[in-house]
Design a protein around this ligand. Sequence first.
Ligand code: KIV
Ligand code: ZN
Length: 508
Amino acid sequence: MARQIRIFDTTLRDGEQSPGASLTPSEKLRIAHQLSKLNVDVIEAGFPIASVGDFEAVRAIAQEVQGPEIAGLCRAVPGDIDRAWEALQYAGKPRIHTFIATSDIHLKHKLKRTRDQVRKAAVDAVARARSYTPRVEFSAEDAVRSDFGFLCEMVSAVIDAGASVVNIPDTVGYSTPSEFGPLIGRLMECVPNVNQAVISVHCHNDLGLAVANSLAAVEHGAQQVECTINGLGERAGNASLEEIVMALKVREDLYDASTGVNTRQLYPTSRLVSSLTGIAVQPNKAIVGDNAFAHEAGIHQHGVLQAAETYEIMDARSIGRAESQLVLGKHSGRHAFERHLRELGYELGHDDLNRAFYQFKELADKKKQVSDRDIEFVVADAVAGAPEALHLEYLHVATGMDIVPTATVRLLRNGQPVQEARTGVGSVDAVYRAIAKLSGVKHQLVDFTVQSVTGGTDALADVTVRVSWRNRVFTGRGSSMDVIEASAKAYVQAVNRVLLARDQAAKR
Ligand code: KIV
Ligand code: ZN
């Protein structure tokens, strides 16, 4: 029988470390519910000591999300472990994930500690975590660049101290499959008590090898893979969950290993994460990219029409991509809309559904064809996010060939109307100057992109804005049939996130 590989999703922790991917606690909760539907084994919900927002998100996920284990990250420090437990204690299956670096590079330059000191800190941390729960994971940060003998000693010591999972990360994405696979194999042979714990891997993608390295590790005995939706994560990201899962499924003959993931939820999960983080999926991305199942060359199209297996190694429906091009229009009723949302992987509460349905009807009135991608944006817009300090109430733009673009913007700031008029080099510039003035917080605009969700001049415009505040990047996203309105909504959302972070920082 095929070995079962556990899937540890760290989209909400390592994935959220992608620049600009910051999510509000309520957005994290939505993603966690979707990850539970996807049936991952573990959801790493955050790093509770890192911020009040992270703590709240981990606690809410622990309280509400059923099914997977819920993990929280902490350094090998007593205060971190206690704080993680404070947030995790409500979970049905809580897991404390503690880590410390083991490479001499990190010991010398970052930790300034000896190997003995690091071993003691790790053992003490695992023992403290064990006093709270039997589900304790230990990660040897920068394991790949660690001395192999010391790494084996560390793994053995933390298993003796009670770690039930030991994770071997390629923190800097330096390894290659022919090196990383055998490293795991040798570890399995050299650590005497290795069978008392699950051996996990966590690969970064700096050389584009994170998925290949993780799969090589599975071939050499790894039993858990840590990965993220859309491959999000620190720097070049982590191993992409959808690629790992589908490689194990499509090539089960080779790996003799499978996962418990409900693959039909892969595509809806990818879309949800992309829309909430504002980080687009590249069109040629394996499994979930727009082009992953598109056949352009005539000879390929002909082959696929005769027999799909000529050029397709998997069925688009197996990952939940059987997108109906046009399903809903202005005559569609609420039940059809709700049923269709469920097919797309959305389960909305009563108020969110009402708002989404109202917005869908408005769009269907203006647009002949409402596609699934349009609906995704309608839902993202309609679902209640964090309480908004600023709300766009009114927008007027005067522009043309021979006039100076001028914008008047009215926002509700904590419920009170505030208004500003500004000129600019273009209409978006004028609107942005007015919003910046009204925002009440100093920040820089670092990025602005516009995409059309579907084709045609009546397409929804999807605008993504990134702003920086105190060296952190915040993303906002807005959609509308009018590009100026979409731009204003996106900017207001980004500023709202800055204001939320500022309030949280003030509470600390
Ligand atoms: O990349 C890494 O080493 C990590 C650990 C904290 C698991 O993210
Ligand atoms: Zn990592």
